[in-house]
Design a protein around this ligand. Structure first.
Ligand SMILES: [Zn+2]
Length: 245
């Protein structure tokens, strides 16, 4: 069973499994085993590719991210993210995978850069989720990131007009361009007043509920965990009260 730890796969003996927004927890014969999740296993809930990208690191907001909170562990994770969020086509993914196999050192550098860009997106949108403005240097860096994406894009027919596409881009950084573009569009067009941080974990999302009432990245994950913990705390308080009476 220990072989399954970190493999990201579930086992036939798992009696139940649930998502808490950041990781799988398997309960196997009363032993709880956490496995490292992969991008392809994750249901992103940011509502925008830029926020989904910021959410490729999880864990509780108050804690330093742990190893298992990191979803960008290899270049392939960037490709998977693109496929998952529809920002990369299958053809581009195939080309990028081949290029990454041919140029592994460059792929590793791009992965490092991707993590830095993720931190940049977080630094821009997390203050907005708290009603504050992002710091000026962060905005300047985000503008440069967006400008770089535009430099690499081709204008291709999209809907009634034209849109930015990176379909023929051979660059290993190609998975980052649509993310940069989405971040810039979100920043300029909003809805900025709908950007929120989960009440429990690090994840950012756009609240699309009518009355701006969404508190959790997901009701099944963090929302349920929070309810469970409140229930346990209430029971504990009740028991303490009855034993001291
Ligand atoms: Zn959450």
């Amino acid at each position: 069973m220990a072989d399954n730890i970190g493999s990201g796969t579930s086992t036939a003996v798992a009696s139940y499994l649930y998502l808490d927004g950041n990781r799988f927890r398997l309960r196997v014969n009363f032993i709880s085993v956490e496995t490292l999740r992969r991008v392809k296993d994750v249901e992103f809930m940011g509502g925008n590719p830029a926020l989904d990208f910021a959410d490729t690191i999880g864990g509780f907001l108050v804690d330093e991210p742990a190893v298992e909170d990191e979803l960008l562990r290899e270049y392939e994770d960037l490709v998977e993210f693109g496929l998952k969020t529809g920002t990369l086509s299958e053809r581009s993914a195939w080309r990028l995978r081949r290029a990454a196999r041919e140029r592994p050192e460059e792929a590793e550098r791009v992965l490092e850069d991707a993590r830095a860009k993720r931190a940049l997106i977080d630094a821009a949108f997390r203050p907005l989720s708290e009603g504050a403005e992002p710091p000026a240097p962060v905005l300047a860096e985000l503008r440069d990131f967006g400008a770089e994406a535009l430099t690499h894009c081709e204008l291709a027919p999209s809907g009634d007009g034209f849109g930015c596409a990176w379909e023929h881009c051979e660059d290993l950084e190609a998975p980052l361009w649509p993310i940069a573009h989405a971040a810039l569009e979100l920043l300029t067009d909003g809805p900025l007043d709908r950007i929120k941080t989960c009440g429990r974990c690090r994840w950012l999302f756009i609240d699309t509920t009518k009355n701006h009432s969404r508190r959790w990245c997901s009701t099944e994950g963090c929302g349920t965990d929070e309810k469970k913990e409140r229930y346990v705390a209430r029971r504990r308080a009740r028991r303490a009260r009855s034993s001291s009476a």
